[in-house]
Design a protein around this ligand. Structure first.
Ligand code: SF4
Length: 331
């Protein structure tokens, strides 16, 4: 089966009533200008000619608070995109927005334009953390919007941020537990990246905001991936996907181009550790799904090295259809 993909169209910051502590939309989207309906048409026309599996591809309006932008402008963009949805065209439209910018009327309107998935930037489900980061909405708003989105038959996506100001690993794990009880279809986990020109940047430079170490964040996200593997929630992102200028505007936080790979190495390290008999040393053979061998060996062979330091010579074998995040000790 072909993998799902998106034709991403960035709608930076326009209309957003907030200035969240971490936000520097233009930096993240890498775009200075807002797209016009014609830009949408051009992007979709070009993509229709290039994308192999259009029926697994959605037109995605990302980067801002889509339902908070000027209504006429929003419908212009949606009308332009709608022409490219249907038979032999793309399978639908997805948008991302804020939890407090969703209501019955907006949802009806989105549905009429062929939107089928809505991602909410929840960021945290801890009111103290939301307040400290100037999100301008509460946990209750996330719960309410999620319920409405599901009730109207949309695919629900949630986005959370880990390591925000005034948060810690326990609070982030609590947020994840609440996310699991909301049971969205998809989840994006974004470890906080601190950018120049943001409130977080200032708090970080003054020493008021002290994020946990990079290793601790990778461990946390690995634990989250393990928890999520027990659910039907599909993790469609772990780590910020950003244009090149993030690397020039980043002043701290947790950006790594292969963040998810780092986390999955830790996931497998934990699984292997659990599968091995206690106090074992010498050569140990474990099997994992044949598609996950490199994850089990670890990013830069980190797991092989880790076990070597414990006197274990790790041999990873691939097994057909064993499944993701499974590990068996073979002796
Ligand atoms: S709601 Fe989104 S676009 Fe608006 S300031 Fe916050 S992160 Fe930026």
């Amino acid at each position: 089966m072909s993998k799902h993909s998106n034709i991403s169209i960035f709608v930076p910051h326009v209309g957003c009533p907030n200035m969240c502590s971490f936000c520097n939309q233009r930096t993240i989207s890498g775009h200075q200008s807002v797209p016009t309906a014609l830009d949408v048409i051009n992007t979709c026309t070009q993509a229709l000619g290039e994308v192999k599996s259009v029926q697994n591809t959605e037109i995605a309006f990302f980067g801002g608070s889509f339902t908070a932008i000027d209504k006429d402008y929003m419908t212009e963009l949606l009308s332009a995109a709608k022409q490219f949805v249907g038979k032999d065209k793309f399978c639908g439209i997805r948008i991302s927005t804020r939890p407090d910018c969703i209501n019955e009327q907006i949802l009806e309107s989105l549905k009429s334009y062929g939107v089928r998935a809505i991602e909410l930037g929840a960021q945290s489900l801890d009111d103290e953390v939301l307040k400290a980061n100037d999100r301008g909405h509460t946990e209750k708003d996330v719960l309410k919007a999620s319920e409405l989105i599901k009730k109207h038959g949309f695919e629900l996506g949630l986005q959370i941020m880990t390591g925000l100001y005034k948060s810690n690993n326990e609070k982030d794990m609590q947020t994840l537990k609440k996310v699991i009880s909301i049971n969205p279809d998809t989840l994006r986990i974004y470890p906080t990246v601190i950018l120049e020109g943001t409130k977080l940047g200032e708090l970080y430079k003054s020493g008021e905001y002290k994020p946990v170490s990079f290793e601790s964040m990778v461990e946390l996200c690995a634990d989250m991936l393990i928890e999520l593997s027990q659910t039907d929630i599909s993790v469609i992102r772990c780590g910020l996907h950003a244009s090149d200028n993030v690397s020039t505007e980043q002043v701290g936080g947790f950006y790594h181009p292969a963040f998810k790979e780092l986390c999955e190495s830790v996931v497998y390290r934990k699984l292997i550790e659990k599968a091995l008999p206690e106090n074992i040393t010498g050569r140990c053979e474990v099997s994992v799904d044949e598609l996950c061998i490199s994850k089990a060996v670890g990013h830069g062979k980190s797991n092989t090295e880790y076990f070597k330091n414990k006197g274990i010579e790790l041999a990873v074998k691939g097994e057909k259809n064993l499944g993701r995040y499974q590990c068996r000790f073979r002796g």
